[in-house]
Each structure stands twice: as C-alpha cells, then as structure tokens.
Ligand binder design. Structure first.
Ligand code: PLP
Length: 388
C-alpha cells in the first residue's frame, strides 16, 4: 500500500513571484526595515482594501497592540472583546494596562451586537459622554470585533451600539483580508475599514503570508501616523535620536514585504480557490451523516479563510474522536479556540452571554483549507468523514 499523503490544515502557497522578489531583496542587500518594498507593500494593501494608507508591522498581534494605543486605551480602561477568538485579539488589551470584558457570539461565531447591547444596557451608563461600567467605575473605551474565520461580523448593529455608547471600534480583520460587504449600508466596504482601526495579519496560516507580519489601517489619518511613529521606536529626531514617547520595534522588514507583494498579486485567486473548495465541502457534507458546514454571512463576499464542520449531537462520535480518526488518516483538523475567559489570568474578568460560544466550541471541527488543497485531497477528507 502506498503511503497516504498528509493533508495539512492551512499552509502557505508560494506559487507566484515570491522567490524572485525575495531574491531581488537579498541581492539589493535591503533586508531590514529600510528599503523600498515596505512602503510599496503598504500601498498595495491600502489600495486593495480601499483606504488611503496603511502601516505595516511585524505581526497581527503587534498591529492590535498599536490599535489599542492609537485608540488611547490605557491603564484602568475596559474594552469589550469576544470570548470566542484567538487570544491575540485580547492580550493587547492587557499590554495597554486595560481589562477585557468578554461577550458571547452569534451564529456567525463573531461577537453578537445584541449581546453587546444587553450587556451595556444592564451594566453601563453614560457619564459626560463616556461609557462607564457601573460595577467598576471604569471607562469602557473600546470594542474589539473579530471577523472570525473570514466571516464578516454584523457591522451595522455593532457600529450602532458603538455610536450609542461612544466606543472606539477596533476590527481584528486578521483572518478576513478580502472579505467585503456586497449589499446593505456598507456595500463595497472591506472588513477592517468600517470601524476606527482595522488590523490584518500575514502569519503563515493566514490567506496571504509574509512569514510573520501585520498591517494597520484607520479612518483617522492622525491615528495612523501615530501607529507608524510608535512602530519605529517613536523617533522624533532622526539625526539626534530623540524619542518623544515610549515606542516599539514593530516594523516589518523589506524581505517580508517582498514576500507580501508577491502574495498580494495572488490574493484574489486564493479567495476564488477558498470559495470553490468551500462549495465542494458544502455540497458533499452539509446535512449528511450528522454534519453541517457553517455558513458565511449573506450579502458579503467572504474570503472563506477557514471551513467549519458542525457535528450534530446525533453523530455517533464526539468532536475529539473525529479529530483523532482524521489524524490517523493523516488529515489535520482542529477544534476552535478555548474561550478566552477560561484562559489563565482571565477568569476574574466580567463576561456575558457565552452559552452559544460554548455550544459551537463543543461541536466545530476546522477542515483542511489551504489554497493548495486539491479536489482529490478534499474528496479524501469527505470520504473519511462520511465513513466515520
Ligand atoms: C492570527 C490572528 C491574530 C494574530 O496575528 P499574528 O500575526 O499571528 O500575530 C489575531 N487575532 C486573530 C483572530 C487571529 O486569527
């Protein structure tokens, strides 16, 4: 019997100009944070998402930390965050000296506007234009919205409640580059460009990658300039090395930008592939053998970055047994993240409406979704699942 091919969950795809551009960067000897490719990559992403500018940084996490500082989130403040997300969406709240308040999700897996509204109506009040937590007296300054797995969060409802309570909206669009509304009040708007600040990630598992990297956009040009300043050690005098606040070394390198430029050329093809393979899984698995495929929001062109298999309770096997059985067939899958309110250091924080998040956490398995995934690979995943 021939060895079965390993089918990974999500791996990079370098089928374009990656080697050429990276080689050119090495030959030019511009490999660090100087060089022409970082501003070029910033402009390419800005143009793509329809914003005037963007600031590159060395990870999505550092981008989210910059977003906190751009928004003026500081010691003693509180920030509404989803409990169902990757922890990098929440830790930057703590880097800024603030505390998160955890809110549950809707069926989109994204933070639910109704739950946000309920939490605030019951626990907060407006004083002098500020949203104040009635228990702690703290200023609830911002809300982090994560577009989970490339699915657009419910932005009209979230923006309305943010406006009502004067909250800054930070969009964690790290998983959602290319996701945009096609209908409704935000038609044509990309994930990450609707709130006050948006952050993208180019980690190895994201839809495009620079190895590690991130990008910040903002509807406040002065905030964006501040992000650039903070990411470059807050240097205010190039010659004399004067620094007017505590800055960070958060810049992307020219080498990474070379990779990013080659990846940007392929982004639309990657999204087309993600959509095609999603449709394949949906057709073969949705409503079959105790499985569902989680839908993406209507009225949105989604990048469909991650595919979520929903295992109904009638299925004879438990989530972890399914993951184990697939692993034995060399098919890599994973459950969604443990809720952040259950992670070390967070159980003391306030939380609201997490029942649905726990429901989905117990029942979802993420399926292989690389942009190099072939139809034969996907068929093997389907056949293995249907035989369980
Ligand atoms: C990937 C990711 C991040 C962090 O991005 P890095 O580039 O890995 O630092 C943040 N939030 C979410 C939801 C992510 O999926």
């Amino acid at each position: 019997m021939t060895e079965k091919k390993f089918i990974p969950l999500s791996v990079p795809n370098f089928c374009g100009n990656e080697k050429k551009y990276v080689n050119d960067a090495v030959v030019s000897e511009w490999v660090s944070t100087g060089g022409s490719l970082v501003p070029k990559f910033e402009q390419a992403v800005a143009d793509y998402v329809g914003m005037p500018g963007a600031v590159a940084c060395n990870s999505g996490t550092s981008g989210l930390h910059l977003a906190m500082m751009m928004a003026g989130v500081g010691r003693g403040d509180e920030v509404l965050v989803p409990t169902l997300t990757f922890i990098a969406a929440v830790n930057p709240v703590r880097y800024a000296g603030a505390q998160p308040i955890f809110i549950g999700c809707g069926d989109s897996l994204c933070i639910c506007p109704t739950l946000v509204e309920e939490y605030l109506a019951q626990n907060a009040e407006m004083r002098d234009g500020k949203c104040i937590n009635k228990h702690t007296g703290a200023h609830i300054k911002a809300m982090v919205v994560v577009h989970v797995f490339g699915n657009m969060a419910s932005m009209p409802g979230l923006m309305r409640v943010a406006k009502q309570y004067n909250l800054t909206v930070i969009e964690d669009a790290t998983e959602a580059l290319g996701t945009r509304y096609t209908e409704g009040e935000y038609a044509g708007k990309m994930a990450g460009t609707i709130g006050d600040v948006g952050v993208y990630s180019f980690n190895g598992n994201k839809i495009i990658t620079t190895g590690s990297g991130g990008m910040v956009v903002s509807n406040h040009p002065d905030w964006l300039a501040h992000a650039k300043h903070l990411s470059t050690q807050a240097k205010s005098d190039e010659l004399n090395y004067m620094h007017d606040e505590v800055g960070y070394n958060y810049r992307l390198t020219n080498l990474q930008a070379a990779l990013g430029l080659a990846q940007m050329e392929q982004l639309e093809n990657f999204i087309a592939h993600k959509n095609e393979m999603y449709a394949f899984y949906f057709e073969k698995l949705n409503g079959k053998h105790g499985y569902g495929i989680m839908p993406f929001r209507e009225g949105v062109r989604s990048n469909r970055w991650f595919y979520s298999l929903y295992v109904y309770d009638e299925h004879p096997m438990k989530r972890d047994d399914i993951i184990r059985a697939l692993a034995e067939e060399k098919i890599q899958t994973r459950p969604i993240w443990g809720l952040i309110q259950d992670q070390a250091d967070y159980p003391k924080n306030e939380h609201y409406g997490e029942d649905l998040a726990r429901h989905y956490l117990a029942r979802i398995v993420n399926l292989p979704c690389s942009t190099s995934l072939t139809r034969e690979d996907a068929q093997r995943v389907v056949d293995t699942l249907l035989a369980l």
